[in-house]
Design a protein around this ligand. Structure first.
Ligand code: GTP
Ligand code: MG
Length: 263
């Protein structure tokens, strides 16, 4: 889940442990406070720069999606894209995830293990449009697909469905090119409705979701999947599917990064 669970004590214990270790070091008579201050400033500056680069990554992907959307709206009378939302992970939740996932607490190491710092969510009306948009983006030569997780073909045990891609987009800076990974979540309106409700309930109840709500959610997941199927049958009446060639679900590219894999 995206939201850290403050009751979930593992990462909080690790943070406490790390602070305690640092406190011991700093209260030693020979502690180098100046060095510590310089280290903190360096991490702070690196984090600000990281956030800026990842925001540029979001902007690049969002431009691509907006171009597709506007082209569809102007040239055709139908757009497969309903909504687009993006988010940059807050520094707080980035640090929480960096601690929770374990490993070196330097900015390059955190960057290498946290792949959802930049996120773009695309909501479509129909399931086939989800794959269609994913294919259009994946065919763009400057977007490299790092991983594909198809939770539509294989929903999570709780009923969560969506297509997740991690793509790497080049950001051209004054002195160099930064390759920024962006997490793309593509889903239908029904999938989005279910996921946002599930997220709110899980946030409210943490790990103690009452059984009756769990059962309601399970049932709602089935109803949402059924609605998607029915809508799909009507979709062709609105706009017949063009020949899409390669599809994401049929032939995902092999992951370039070993840290994520298709389910
Ligand atoms: P995170 O550490 O949570 O990012 O998970 P992950 O790296 O294993 O990736 P995964 O593809 O499973 O999930 C990434 C994102 O998808 C999450 O941050 C959520 O936004 C969304 N997501 C995944 N599973 C669920 C779920 O069960 N319910 C809801 N509401 N959202 C989910
Ligand atoms: Mg996440």
């Amino acid at each position: 889940m995206a939201t850290p669970d403050p009751q979930d004590d593992q990462w909080q214990d690790r943070v406490r442990e790390m602070v305690a270790t640092r406190q011991d070091e700093l209260t030693r008579p020979d502690a180098d406070q100046g060095l510590f201050a310089a280290q903190i400033k360096q991490v702070h500056d690196e984090l600000i720069q990281l956030r800026m680069h990842y925001q540029f990554g979001i902007d690049e992907v969002q431009t691509k999606v907006n171009i597709l959307r506007q082209e569809f709206e102007q040239i055709h009378d139908y757009s497969p894209i309903e909504h687009v939302r993006s988010r940059l992970k807050s520094t707080e939740s980035l640090i929480e995830k960096a601690v929770r996932t374990g490993g070196e607490m330097t900015v390059p190491a955190i960057r290498a293990r946290v792949h959802d710092i930049a996120g773009v969510r695309i909501t479509c009306s129909f399931v086939s449009d989800v794959y269609w948009i994913a294919d259009m983006l994946r065919r763009q030569p400057d977007l490299e697909t790092l991983t594909v997780k198809d939770y539509i073909a294989e929903p999570k045990p709780n009923g969560y469905r969506s297509l997740h891609l991690i793509v790497r987009v080049p950001v051209f800076l004054s002195e160099h090119t930064e390759y920024v990974p962006v997490e793309l979540q593509l889903r239908t309106i029904a999938m989005d409705f279910w996921a946002s409700t599930e997220h709110k309930l899980s946030y409210k109840y943490r790990k103690n979701l009452p059984g009756r709500l769990r059962a309601e959610l399970d049932d709602a997941a089935r109803v949402a999947a059924d609605l998607d199927e029915r809508m799909e049958r009507m979709r062709d009446e609105i706009r017949p599917m063009p020949d899409r060639g390669e599809t994401v679900s049929a032939s995902p590219s092999p992951p370039a990064s070993p840290s994520h894999s298709s389910p």
